[in-house]
Design a protein. Structure first.
Length: 264
């Protein structure tokens, strides 16, 4: 895993060079995924060229506290912007006060507002926006399209949640950040596992999700203790989120070129 960290850092550096960008901008949430992504960015670009961004929006105080711990640990500069007022204005203006009880609808607005703020900073600083989505979340579509999925680079998207935790310990990330219950902090549920469990229809942990995906996608042996309901629920999430992993669908690429190839 140490070798993987080195490879990813080199890749980040190459991406910035190719794009003629000098810095990395990253939303630091206080969770392990953003902490690892930020830490590897520091290895790639130097701490003086990585800017952490804290974007509270009806968020828990603990998220900010943990984000500041990560920022202090890495020695990077940071920018903080409270998004509650623009969020409230968008909910009132766009939805005319309707559907505000749908936590997914308003939660996605928060995520997309954060994307706007990150790109505003990145444009100003001649930087790339660094994503924080891991492989587990990418495969089940557990992210917001054009929200936390709207980024320039995804350095940890090929690593399962358990592997990201392993990276975190190698990188010296504070243990409280590694072991805390993961949450998108969008007001939808108290934790990611709780929300995913509701979708699946049975309690499930990230370790169990990793096991199911490794078996289905990578051909690994299924571990004991996994139920049929868990497998069916996760595979349904995988199937239903295909549109997120191929965004946007391109008519010419999918149909016109296919027909041309067939003719040949």
């Amino acid at each position: 895993m140490k070798d993987e960290i080195t490879k990813v850092a080199g890749w980040i550096k190459d991406q910035c060079t190719q794009a003629k960008k000098e810095k990395i901008v990253i939303g630091v949430s206080g969770g392990v995924d953003s902490a690892v992504s930020a830490a590897i960015s520091v290895l790639a670009m130097g701490k003086e060229n990585v800017i952490g961004v804290i974007l509270p929006c009806t968020s828990s105080p603990e998220s900010k506290e943990d984000a500041l711990k990560v920022i202090k640990h890495l020695g990077i500069s940071y920018w903080e912007q409270n998004l509650e007022k623009p969020y409230e204005a968008m909910v009132a203006g766009l939805l005319n006060g309707t559907n505000t009880t749908d936590k997914t609808v308003v939660g996605n607005i928060k995520s997309r507002l954060r994307m706007i703020a990150l790109y505003a900073m990145a444009n100003e600083q001649n930087a790339l926006v660094c994503g924080t989505t891991n492989r587990t979340e990418a495969l089940i579509g557990y992210y917001t399209k054009f929200g936390d999925g709207g980024v320039d680079i995804e350095p940890i998207c090929q690593y399962y949640k358990g592997e990201v935790r392993e990276m975190a310990r190698i990188l010296g990330i504070p243990e409280i950040v590694i072991t805390k219950a993961p949450t998108a902090d969008l007001g939808i549920s108290s934790s990611d596992e709780e929300e995913i469990s509701k979708i699946v229809g049975e309690p499930i942990t990230y370790d169990q999700i990793d096991t199911i995906l490794k078996s289905a996608i990578d051909g690994a042996e299924m571990a004991e203790g996994i139920t049929n309901i868990q497998v069916a629920g996760i595979m349904k999430m995988f199937k239903n989120s295909e549109h997120k992993r191929n965004t946007p669908p391109d008519y010419e690429r999918e149909y016109v070129n296919t027909e041309t190839d067939s003719d040949n």
